[in-house]
Design a protein around this ligand. Structure first.
Ligand code: PLP
Length: 397
């Protein structure tokens, strides 16, 4: 039988290649950071990691992770509820819930798992989930696992959200699910309007804040802080694999009973191994650092402003906003990949994004600014984008 599948796969792979959509992995030869080396030895400045606060290789976090291994071991060989819960797991749940301003939290191996876990136990076929059309793949998959009616509102269209909420009125429970920050566009969800509508139509609000936790909002608590709706969001899922040290792991934070119920019913919690001590120790340290000072999120904000202003002045089409995700719109798939390759040759590591990660005809280079970038690196990137943009016709002379 495999021969038939092999032929099918080879045909599909060829068509991905010929459409210019093939995603190759570029191997890096150093720890994650602003300065990295790619295979072959070339040193480049990294502008495509989710290492927003530069904590991915922070010595304090590395030391905390090593201490956690020495004290608590390498792994637990168990799910949480059998014999996989140690004191640091409880500490991290308390720390992340406190940081987010919610009552409790439950850990998962990733935010992908957190999103796979959160909907199915809480909502059944008599309920409705009303989801933004640009939600992350893991929310979409999590919603698919749940029997609730799935309704999708057009991204950022609050008339459409209101229509959907109105038509969900007969349902026993309603929940609006949205990214806090949309990862391909850097848009920050208007949680004020979402919470107003959710309250008007008696719905719960769930936010995936993976691209916000640690740096969005005056104290880096996330989109709910930025939009001044702390206390009005019922559930937040987030990752430890981006700003909070960048290793892996995630959580669902929320109201106490929601978290307690998920501990009884969430399948990725009941049937998957516990988060290892090194990650728990490292994430606890990241939360401690960010709770004590806003220095890193302030540096990120200032780097982002400088970069966005520089590119706009050069004449590039950057999606407006304030988030460190800066999408440089090129629209054409091949141009996006060609420009990313040319920038790499100039020592600026960025990646072109094309379908199916973004809609067809909306190809772009998604630049991600970090607090770890120096002003000189930001300025060098602006120069390289300007040079290459002129050369390839992305900037009109
Ligand atoms: C919005 C969003 N949610 C969830 C995830 C998944 O997070 P994790 O890497 O912890 O599985 C990502 C990562 O790409 C993301 O961007």
């Amino acid at each position: 039988m495999y021969g038939k599948m092999r032929d099918e796969l080879l045909t599909k792979l060829e068509s991905i290649r010929s459409e210019g959509l093939y995603k190759a992995e570029r191997v890096i030869m150093t720890p994650q950071g602003a300065d990295i080396a790619v295979k072959g030895g070339q040193k480049v400045v990294n502008f495509c990691a989710n290492n927003y606060l530069g904590l991915a290789n922070d010595k304090r976090i590395r030391d905390a992770a090593k201490r956690a291994i020495d004290e608590w071991g390498y792994g637990l060989s168990s799910v949480r509820f059998i014999c996989g819960t140690q004191e640091p797991h409880k500490q991290l749940e308390k720390a992340i819930a406190g940081f987010l301003g919610l009552e409790d939290a439950i850990l998962f191996s990733s935010c992908f798992d957190a999103n796979a876990a959160v909907f199915e136990p809480l909502l059944d076929a008599d309920c409705a989930i009303i989801a933004d059309s640009l939600n992350h793949a893991s929310i979409i998959d999590g919603v698919r696992l749940c029997k609730a009616e799935r309704m999708v509102f057009e991204h950022n269209n609050f008339d459409d959200l209101e229509d959907k909420l109105r038509s969900a009125a007969p349902r026993r429970l309603r929940l609006v699910a949205t990214d806090g920050v949309f990862s391909m566009d850097g848009d920050i969800a208007d949680l004020g309007r979402i919470c107003d509508l959710a309250e008007k139509y008696d719905a719960l609000v769930m936010v995936d804040d993976s691209h916000a936790t640690g740096f969005i909002g005056a104290r880096g608590r996330g989109t709910h802080e930025f939009r001044d709706v702390m206390g009005r969001v019922d559930i937040i899922t987030t990752t430890f694999g981006k700003a909070l040290g960048g290793a892996s792991g995630g959580c669902v934070a929320g109201r106490a009973e929601i978290v307690e119920y998920l501990r009884q019913k969430a399948r990725p919690y009941l049937f998957s191994n516990t988060v290892p001590p090194a990650i728990v120790g490292g994430t606890l340290k990241a939360i401690e650092i960010l709770s004590g000072s806003t220095e890193l999120r302030d540096a990120l904000e200032s780097n982002t402003r400088r970069f966005r202003e520089g590119l706009a002045k050069a004449g590039l089409d950057v999606r407006p906003g304030t988030h460190p995700i800066c999408p440089v719109m090129l629209y054409d798939e091949k141009l996006a990949h060609q420009m990313a390759d040319r920038l790499l040759a100039e020592g600026i590591y960025v990646i072109g994004f094309s379908f199916p990660v973004v809609p067809r005809g909306k190809a772009r280079i998604r630049v991600q600014v970090s607090a770890a970038h120096t002003v000189a690196q930001i300025d060098a990137a602006i120069d390289a984008f300007t040079r290459v943009g002129l050369e390839l016709g992305a900037i009109k002379k």
